[in-house]
Design a protein around this ligand. Structure first.
Ligand SMILES: [Mg+2]
Length: 171
């Protein structure tokens, strides 16, 4: 069976919307176009603020599920060896939240299918689906770049825009 490694944030878990939500709550601003507004904020030096949010306890507990991921992962899980691979050690309070979130939304995945690491180049699988080029770069198998607001300018990797597209490739 071939192995597929799947990232969490911005691939199956919508952490970007949570960043926007906290940003609006705490600044009182309204984001008309979330992508544009947040990137303008980042350019103006807001990086430190935004990067602090995921370090808070509970940040990863109630994220929305990326559309279509549950249904497609459930099907992929029958044909491939699936692993959820998250660089969770970057956020030391995130791991309990991430495990609880996976149990809620992906109950068909077992505990042996979850890999928390710092550097994803340790991962040995046939495929990796991830929204960060930095993770795809060190990967030995075939990488797919999952479309996210921050990676729209990236090229060099096959881009998948939705779980529907992933389904068409793998199933
Ligand atoms: Mg990610």
């Amino acid at each position: 069976m071939q192995k597929i490694a799947i990232d969490m944030d911005e691939v199956i878990a919508d952490s970007f919307s949570k960043l926007c939500e906290i940003y609006c709550e705490e600044t009182g601003e309204e984001l008309e176009n979330e992508e544009e507004s947040l990137y303008r904020f980042l350019e103006k030096g807001g990086k430190k603020t935004l990067h602090a949010y995921p370090h808070r306890e509970g940040f990863f507990r109630n994220l929305q599920v990326i559309e279509g991921s549950q249904q497609v992962l459930e099907q992929l899980n029958k044909k491939y060896k699936l692993y959820i691979v998250s660089a969770a050690t970057e956020f030391d309070l995130s791991m309990n939240d991430k495990i609880a979130w996976l149990k809620d939304h992906f109950p068909f995945l077992g505990w042996k299918q979850v890999v928390f690491c710092g550097d994803k180049s340790i991962i040995d699988a046939d495929f990796l689906i991830d929204d960060h080029v930095k993770n795809l770069k060190g990967f030995n198998g075939k990488g797919y770049l999952f479309h996210a607001p921050h990676n729209i300018k990236e090229s060099g990797y096959e881009r998948v825009r939705s779980w529907k597209e992933v389904e068409e490739i793998f199933l």
